[in-house]
Design a protein around this ligand. Structure first.
Ligand code: AMP
Ligand code: MG
Length: 367
């Protein structure tokens, strides 16, 4: 693994079909991904065989990127030495790959695929992790008044953005509406089984899985010996500890209408920052933007926000809440975040920026 030797602003925004990063950390550098748009912000004298460690610190920093969960995953580890830093990265990637095999509905043998295949037939036994994820998803569905809804699968399939985008007919959406009630997902904690009540139901964890995986990867990296780190799974970020020079991780929030530009930044330690945006996957037809976050009430793209960023202690929560907030809109969404004591930055449909009370002193707007 080639160590990193320069500070750059990594942007994967121009790399379809991968999901475009909604939030990116200013330090991410991907020098080997030459096909991606990378905007340099600061480039010290390159030292090819050394890692990015400040002379004042005994720590080293290692970074690597891989495509996992259908998107670019970027890991950064700070550790007392190079071996530990690299081991933390390897373990982090392994953890995300393991969770992908468990949770991806693109993989036919995954636990969740088996749950979907048995819809309307029988309960399916799942691992503790899958059960925890589903329980969390139902909790967030309740908090967001159904805005976040993992039973949305049949509608996501109909829209199929961005693979084969087309506008489904009213009739198709009416039929799909019979299969998207998350209260028809039955979790049995005693047997640890999941049962989808109706044939045709389909769980989709696209709105929570990446954050869930980021949280677990960060924990594993810490276990292996990283004192600080950053896990970036597309727009879902988890940071822990500090950078090698003892400072916090600067996180940038993507501007929803200016490709590759940052809307705001905040310094982070030990928390998650997730963004959902209508610019991530979309197509335009007759001047209308059709994107991938669906309002479970209409089964059409949610229309109240351009983007919703949530800052929370746990990346699974942050990811799911960001999707849910996007659907709920700025008024209800911000009220929920204040009630939960988390942070949010919401860009509403008109482009107005709202910042929750806890974040006001931390977020710096970029002119
Ligand atoms: P995110 O980018 O985290 O907001 O997740 C968006 C993904 O979650 C979509 O690509 C769908 O797979 C899925 N999804 C779409 N609408 C919803 C919704 N209302 N609730 C939960 N998941 C959704
Ligand atoms: Mg999400």
């Amino acid at each position: 693994m080639r160590p990193y030797d320069d500070f750059m602003l990594g942007s994967l925004l121009n790399s379809p079909p991968m999901r475009r990063g909604a939030v990116f950390v200013l330090l991410i550098s991907l020098p080997f991904l030459t096909s991606c748009a990378i905007i340099p912000v600061f480039k010290p004298t390159p030292k090819p065989t050394e890692t990015v460690a400040k002379p004042t610190s005994a720590s080293v920093t290692a970074k690597r990127a891989q495509v996992l969960m259908g998107t670019m995953v970027e890991l950064t580890a700070v550790a007392p030495n190079e071996i530990l830093a690299q081991a933390a990265l390897t373990a982090g990637f392994q953890e995300i790959r393991r969770l992908e095999n468990l949770l991806s509905t693109w993989i036919e043998t995954s636990e969740l695929s088996k749950v979907n295949q048995a819809a309307g037939q029988e309960p399916v036994g799942v691992s503790e992790e899958t059960f925890t994820l589903l329980k969390r998803a139902i909790e967030v569905a309740d908090y967001t008044e159904g805005g976040f809804n993992i039973a949305i699968g049949p509608a996501v399939r109909l829209w199929n953005i961005p693979e084969a985008p087309r506008i489904p007919s009213d009739m198709e959406l009416k039929i799909a509406a019979q299969y998207v009630d998350y209260r028809n997902i039955h979790l049995d904690p005693t047997r640890r089984t999941v049962f989808l009540e109706k044939p045709g139901m389909r769980i989709d964890v696209g709105g929570i899985g990446k954050g869930f995986a980021a949280e677990k990867a960060a924990a594993v990296m810490r276990e292996v010996g990283a004192t600080g780190g950053l896990v970036a799974v597309a727009g879902d970020f988890r940071v822990f500890g500090k950078r090698a020079d003892g400072t916090a991780w600067p996180v940038g929030i993507q501007h929803p209408r200016k490709n590759g530009k940052i809307l705001a930044t905040l310094d982070s330690t030990d928390e998650a920052v997730s963004t959902s945006g209508d610019y991530e996957r979309f197509f335009l037809q007759d001047g209308v933007r059709y994107h991938h976050i669906l309002d479970p009430e209409t089964l059409r793209p949610a229309r109240l926000c351009q983007s919703a960023t949530v800052v929370a202690p746990d990346a699974g929560w942050a990811d799911a809440l960001a999707t849910g907030l996007f659907v709920m809109g700025p008024v209800k969404g911000m009220a929920l975040i204040e009630r939960l004591g988390f942070g949010a930055v919401i860009v509403d449909a008109q482009g107005e920026i709202l910042v929750s009370s806890r974040l006001r002193s931390r977020v710096q707007m970029v002119p």
